[in-house]
Ligand binder design. Structure first.
Ligand SMILES: Nc1ncnc2c1ncn2[C@@H]1O[C@H](COP(=O)(O)OP(=O)(O)OP(=O)(O)O)[C@@H](O)[C@H]1O
Ligand SMILES: Nc1ccn([C@@H]2O[C@H](COP(=O)(O)O)[C@@H](O)[C@H]2O)c(=O)n1
Length: 218
């Protein structure tokens, strides 16, 4: 029998990563941050100075990249042997990831890599199509969302706390643009997966969201 899966899908900044990591720790399950796979591909393409509109060139990079993930307490990602962890979180990387993620052959190439994370005793998988495409048979599915304004505020605060200069208006525009791209693409768009429970975290604390998700699984 395959291991249990809890999928947490939703738009950028909804709190998926924060909540997924905490819930995986509480349950003692594995954790898949699927966005970091698309982000790693984006970094590989940026480093190769690829033309992002050249789908075949992007696929070639996806086919050849060697990724190693340690999704433990602190995420550690190696791309072709180099530690790229510190580069994963930037807005440039996130926006580039959403461009390459829109290409159907790219998604097909990265599908099995994500399925391979399903291991005993269970998996918490965070992304955009975890409950709809990658693990449609997951027994537990959450769609975690929040208003674009609240998500932009969170991202702004996160960058300022890291000492990174940020512009709230620009972040809001980028979040809205990413929402549009992720929701309107033809393949594996961001949707509320069938059977998912929707949680709007706009007015909930991180702990309240964790409790709500834990009560679903328990
Ligand atoms: N309920 C909440 N209330 C306040 N802040 C929150 C809440 N949930 C998450 N945050 C904060 O919002 C920021 C973004 O959260 P997180 O990175 O988990 O979002 P995400 O959905 O995984 O985003 P992405 O898809 O872009 O990776 C973090 O600084 C996190 O601490
Ligand atoms: N299952 C997924 C996960 C991510 N993406 C794309 O990657 C971008 C970055 O994801 P983050 O969760 O790390 O912000 C995201 O905007 C999506 O375009 C995806 O398509 N499917």
């Amino acid at each position: 029998m395959s291991a249990a899966v809890l999928t947490i899908d939703g738009p950028s900044g909804a709190g998926k990563g924060t909540v997924s990591r905490a819930v995986a720790r509480l349950l003692g399950w594995n954790y898949l941050d699927s966005g970091s796979i698309y982000r790693s591909l984006a970094i590989a393409c940026l480093d190769a100075e690829l033309d992002f509109t050249n789908v075949e060139a992007v696929c070639e990079v996806a086919r050849n990249m060697v990724l190693s993930f340690d999704c433990g307490e602190n995420l550690l990602v190696r791309l072709n042997g180099s530690d790229i962890t510190s580069r994963l979180g930037s807005e440039t990387t996130g926006n580039a990831a959403s461009i390459v993620a829109a290409y159907p052959p790219v998604r097909a190439l990265l599908l099995q890599k994500q399925k391979d994370f399903r291991r005993s005793p269970g998996l918490v998988a965070d992304g955009r199509d975890m409950g709809s495409v990658v693990f449609p048979d997951a027994p537990f599915k959450v769609y975690l969302t929040a208003s674009a304004e609240e998500r932009a505020n969170r991202r702004y605060k996160q960058l300022i706390e890291k000492g990174i200069d940020a512009n709230l208006l620009q972040i809001t525009r980028e979040i809205e643009e990413r929402d549009r791209r992720d929701s309107e693409r033809a393949t594996a768009p961001l949707i509320v997966p069938e059977g998912a429970v929707t949680i709007d975290s706009s007015r909930l604390s991180i702990q309240q969201v964790i409790d709500a998700v834990m009560s679903l699984v328990r």
